[in-house]
Design a protein around this ligand. Structure first.
Ligand SMILES: Nc1ncnc2c1ncn2[C@@H]1O[C@H](COP(=O)(O)OP(=O)(O)OP(=O)(O)O)[C@@H](O)[C@H]1O
Ligand SMILES: CC(C)(CO)[C@@H](O)C(=O)NCCC(=O)O
Length: 410
């Protein structure tokens, strides 16, 4: 199994009946998996949950036990898709899909999938796992995933400035509008106005793939984390041309540029008569990270300005909860907006699309999930004709770690 598989409390040999509803987001760089896994011993009656749900108009069935479980998250490099297929097969996750309810006797299994790879690798999934991928729109899934996390998961969003992480209090009734910036291989910027109400307003090809691709070529790093780690020790001023380099050490105060502002990313490399080997990989990594993060922060701000949006949520696996990345993006948003707009980050940053695909099981008429809002302790309820899933989202989730859920079993 790929070392990238990142699942907490990962069951080693779960019987198939314990796992249901696998959803995939197959991107240009990474494949993300979300699946629900029941606890062995969690069969219990939960009258409080039942009555809360009923008071909100959701039908519950007293004959069904309430089952606890977790939403699990895993990721693989897209280039190592065979490891992912092996993982799915070994965990029997591919059986956690749905059957086509229009074809009565069909035993065809469909798995919800989003991202470009849902198209590109559909035949491979059919050939290796005998499952069909039920494709969901990538932007729609990102938005559904973001709305779900922001409304349901306690302490999901946070700000990060000057090394200070602060969790944001998100009022689910005062969430919209906001700008969602998903930094994957490329970057999508989406104005979100409500559940299912959104518009992709911009994007840029200078994204996570650019950082990792250029970084790999320039530093010979073998993996993304190594490149990110290197940036810690680097000094971008060795390579970036600063305003002070151009202005003889002084600020260009008249237009608000301090001497330390980057005037030209990688600009020093033109004048130094140096070769690539003369630069330290850590300095290259730092400059690259700063260049990409600054640029995304600036374009995001411009789009927020364009539509009068005050809140910008940044997601996607480029961020990786990395301090310098988040700081750079925050500073860029803060600098350009003169403090008017705020950059926020999400703990489950890389799994929005996969979560959105997971939620889309609600569209199916059999074994699907429906999502209803429930306030306070059980903010989100996910239910299906066959079983009901109440994601209690009790704040125990942490980044890639699993999220506690409560399920009405069949
Ligand atoms: N272990 C890793 N291996 C490769 N890239 C990683 C890794 N961890 C983080 N990244 C970064 O995350 C980016 C991919 O993020 P994400 O999974 O959100 O996007 P994607 O879905 O693959 O891309 P797209 O949506 O553009 O198709 C990579 O381009 C890289 O910058
Ligand atoms: C093409 C997608 C949507 C695939 O996830 C993404 O990589 C992206 O938004 N790229 C940026 C494309 C652009 O708007 O320039």
């Amino acid at each position: 199994m790929d070392h990238l598989a990142h699942v907490s409390n990962q069951p080693n040999s779960q019987p198939q009946s314990q796992i249901s509803h696998l959803a995939l987001d197959i991107g240009g760089s990474l494949i993300k998996l979300v699946y629900f896994c029941r606890y062995d011993d969690s069969c219990r009656d939960d009258d409080e949950l039942r009555s809360q749900n009923e008071s909100l108009g959701s039908k519950s069935d007293n004959s069904r036990p309430v089952l606890g479980g977790k939403l699990h998250f895993a990721k693989f490099e897209t280039s190592k898709i065979n490891d992912c297929l092996e993982f799915i097969h070994s965990m029997k996750l591919h059986l956690g899909g749905f059957h086509d309810c229009t074809a009565r006797s069909s035993d065809k299994i469909f798995i919800k999938a989003t991202g470009g790879g849902a198209y590109k690798f559909a035949d491979l999934f059919k050939e290796k796992l005998s499952v069909s991928l039920d494709k969901e729109d990538e932007m729609e899934c990102l938005v559904t995933g973001a709305n779900f996390l922001l409304k349901a998961v306690h302490q999901e969003a946070f700000t990060y400035l000057d090394g200070q992480k602060e969790f944001a209090q998100i009022d689910p009734n005062d969430l919209y509008p906001y700008l969602l910036v998903n930094i994957g291989s490329g970057v999508s910027m989406i104005k979100v106005d409500g559940d299912g109400k959104f518009e992709r307003v911009s994007g840029t090809s200078l994204g996570g793939g650019t950082f990792w691709g250029l970084g790999r070529l320039l530093t010979k790093c073998k993996n993304f984390d190594e490149l990110l780690e290197l940036s810690h020790q680097g000094n971008n001023r060795v390579i970036d041309m600063l305003v002070g380099d151009i202005y003889g050490g002084t600020d260009y105060a008249k237009i608000g540029l301090s001497a330390t502002t980057i005037a030209s990313s990688f600009g020093k490399a033109i004048s130094d008569n140096k070769e690539l080997v003369d630069y330290k990989p850590e300095d290259i990594s730092r400059s690259l990270l700063r260049m990409i993060s600054n640029n995304i922060g600036q374009i995001s701000y411009l789009n927020a300005l364009r539509f009068g949006l005050k809140r910008i949520f940044f997601a996607g696996f480029f961020i990786r909860g990395h301090a310098y990345t988040m700081d750079t993006i925050s500073v860029a948003v803060n600098f350009w907006s003169k403090g008017e707009a705020e950059a926020m980050f999400l703990r489950h940053e890389g799994f929005l699309g996969a979560l959105g695909a997971f939620m889309s099981y609600e569209k199916q008429c059999l074994d699907g999930l429906t999502v209803n809002k429930i306030p306070q302790r059980f903010p989100i309820s996910v239910s299906s004709a066959g079983n009901k899933i109440y994601c209690s989202m009790n704040g125990k989730s942490n980044g890639n770690e699993s999220i506690e859920c409560t399920v009405y079993g069949t």
